[in-house]
Structure formats: C-alpha cells, structure tokens
Design a protein around this ligand. Structure first.
Ligand SMILES: Nc1ncnc2c1ncn2[C@@H]1O[C@H](COP(=O)(O)OP(=O)(O)OP(=O)(O)O)[C@@H](O)[C@H]1O
Ligand SMILES: [Mg+2]
Length: 369
C-alpha cells in the first residue's frame, strides 16, 4: 500500500472564461497527503481550494498532471468509483426523509443487505452523537445536527478519504468552534484521511495535522500549524496566518541564520532570522508578530531596540493591544495582562515615549511577494 493516501502530481486545472481567456484555477500543484492525516487546504476566496478538492473527488478532471489515491492513478475515473466521499457546505439532505433514511440512502443505492444497512446506520449515527434522532426530519434539527447527519451519510460508506469543503461554513461562531473540536476527535477515532478546505486560518490551525497555504492556484507552503505560523516562508503566508507587522528593508549582512537588515524608516539596522533564502542587497520584509514584540520604558543595552511613541491602546481584558508609532509605521504589540491590578502605572498612556524591542529569533526576514 502507498504511504500516501492522496497525491497530486503537477496538477493544472484551466477553465475557459466567457471573455475568451482562461483561468488557472489550479496551477501546477504537487501535494502528498499521508494516510490518516487531517490535511487542510487554506487560502483566500478564489485561490483554487474547491477546484483542487473537486479534482480529487473526480467531479473535475485535471487539464494536466495526475491525481493518485492510495497509489493508484485516477485518470478519468468517475467519483463513485473512487474510494472517497465528499461533504459539502450545503449539506443537501433530503428534507422529506428521516435522519436514518438520509444516512441509509447511499447504502440502499448499492443494494446493501437490509440488516447490514441497519447496523451501519446505527454505528454512523453513534459516531456523530445522533443516536435517538433516527426518526426526525432534517427540518426538525439544528444546523449543527444537520451537519452531523451529512457527516454520518458520508462515513457510513466507509470511504478511505473524506473530502470536506467548508463543512462548518453555515454555522454560527460558537457552534463552529465546538464542531471543530468534535470533527477533529471524530477523525482521530475513525482514523481515515480528511482533506479539509477552509478560508479560516484559525480553524485550519485548530484542526489540522498539516496545512497547505494556497494563493492564486499555487501552493505556497505546506507544514504543521506551528511551522506555518512560526516559520512562514513568504510575506503572503506570514500575513494570511495570524496577525503580524511588516517592516521593509534591505539585507546588509548574513551570518548563518542571522540576517542584518537596514530599515530606512527606522534609520537603523535590525537583526533577524532568515525565513526564506535571501541575498545581500536584496529588498526584503521583516515580519514581527505582535505577541513576540515587547515594549519597555527605558532604552535597553541590547540590539533591536527602537524608540517609538504610543499611538493608541485597546484594553481587551486578557490582553492590551498597543499601537506604537515607529518611524511612521503603526506597530501592533499585544501584551498579555498577567497581573490583576487597577494601578494606572501598570498600563500605557497615549503619547507615551517608549522603546520597542524584538529578539532576533522573533524577527523573520522574508522574500517580498
Ligand atoms: N467552472 C468554472 N468555470 C470558470 N472558472 C472557474 C470555475 N470554477 C472555478 N473557477 C475559477 O477558478 C478559481 C478558483 O476557484 P475555486 O472555487 O477553486 O476557489 P476557492 O479557493 O474554493 O474559493 P472560495 O473560498 O471562494 O470557495 C476562481 O478564480 C474561480 O472563479
Ligand atoms: Mg470554495
């Protein structure tokens, strides 16, 4: 058996446009998804997530390149002959059928024996915690429960791979967060490969073993959540995942992983960490995460210490979000409020003169683009 559950090898999917041109919805994508992995495709609207998923499912065929499932090339094999099942955002349940009938539908089409259908439907509903709701109609369920029926309907077919396209998109934020954890637990329990599409970066970080960040039909980076957040390989990924500050500059010196960058706005040099390959003289951007940047009141005898002025403060309970004018850039600094106090001295004031410090390992030097 192949080590990979799903593999995309140099997949291209072009669509003709009504204007007579063509759009590269998927542009030379290569990805290897491991057995039992929770793998997410993450990116902004129109980046090619759904199209990639549809080529895996067999609803679209690649213009060029090949999809492998469990080591076998899929060619032009139709969806129902692939060992995959898809859960869509609009669950498309049959409204006139009960929960149990909805879940049983696929097995009945395959003429599975009655007794087996009953047993497997029961198991699937147990997995999604809907035991006892067999006889209800979808209209008598909450949004989250309907989503679970859609999941059960896919799981009952025992696919090797479950493809999910923004399955939680229709739910409100609180339910969505609950379902994220449930879905992740369910995936670990059943042990099948999940390929999950979302444009929500927090959702992808919460649920995934690995994430592919996409933009414009291209995969920019594939990695574990911690790798994507702590070591983004380009400006786009750093910007898309979480919040960050960018300072433009020019590479002055490179010493192993340490890169010295001249920042014209600060009229000063900053020492950072190489996060993508860079050359001396190259125009780069330095990414500073707000929670990894610190404010101090007096100038420290260390490098990477820059003078600034507090522009604005937002106290949000757990954190204080401070915006500091640093050479004309509004720099975001998030400080966790670790001590409970009403002492005004403990908090910043607008207009206050401060110093901003950043450790070289927290200043990531990145390619433009
Ligand atoms: N059938 C089609 N014909 C023409 N263009 C298409 C077709 N399907 C998708 N596209 C184009 O391909 C690109 C990728 O679309 P896709 O649906 O894969 O994006 P997505 O990442 O899923 O976006 P979203 O987050 O909005 O769902 C878009 O520019 C889209 O307009
Ligand atoms: Mg989509």
């Amino acid at each position: 058996m192949s080590e990979f559950s799903v593999e995309l090898r140099d997949v291209v999917k072009k669509f003709p446009t009504p204007e007579g041109g063509e759009v590269f919805a998927v542009n030379h994508v290569t990805m290897q998804i491991k057995n039992g992995e929770f793998f997410s495709m993450l990116g902004p609207s129109g980046c090619g997530k759904t199209t990639s998923l549809r080529t895996i499912a067999g609803f679209e065929w690649p213009t060029s390149g090949e999809i492998y499932i469990e080591g076998e090339p899929m060619g032009h094999r139709p969806p129902y002959l692939r060992p995959v099942n898809t859960v869509f955002q609009s669950y498309a349940l049959f409204p006139h059928m009960s929960v149990a009938e909805n879940v049983a539908f696929g097995l009945e089409m395959e003429k599975t024996p009655k007794q087996e259908i009953k047993r497997r439907v029961g198991e699937a509903l147990e997995m999604v915690k809907l035991t006892g709701m067999e006889r209800r109609n979808p209209t008598q369920l909450s949004g989250g429960q309907r989503q679970r029926v859609a999941l059960a309907r896919s799981l009952v077919k025992r696919p090797k791979v479950l493809l999910l396209d923004e399955p939680l998109g229709a739910l409100d934020l609180k339910l969505r967060k609950e379902m994220q954890l449930e879905l992740k637990a369910l995936q670990q329990e059943v042990g099948i490969t999940f390929v999950y599409v979302t444009h929500d970066q927090e959702e992808a970080l919460t649920m995934s073993d690995r994430i592919a960040v996409m933009d414009g039909g291209v995969v920019l980076q594939v990695g574990k959540p911690v790798e994507i957040y702590e070591r983004p390989n380009c400006r786009f990924v750093a910007d898309f995942i979480g919040e960050t500050n960018f300072l433009d500059g020019e590479v002055r010196a490179i010493d192993g992983d340490r890169v010295t960058v001249y920042i014209p706005r600060l009229k000063d040099e900053l020492v950072g960490t190489k996060a993508s390959p860079v050359r001396i003289g190259e125009q780069v951007v330095v990414s500073l995460r707000p929670e990894k940047t610190r404010i101090i009141e007096n100038k420290a005898k260390m490098g990477n210490c820059f003078s600034g002025k507090v522009l604005n403060i937002a106290y949000i309970g757990s954190d204080t979000r401070v915006f500091v004018d640093l050479g004309g850039v509004s720099l975001k600094v998030w400080e966790q409020n670790k001590i409970s106090t009403l002492d005004p001295e403990a908090y910043y004031e607008r207009g206050e003169q401060v110093w901003v410090v950043v450790m070289p390992e927290n200043a990531l030097v990145l390619h433009l683009g």
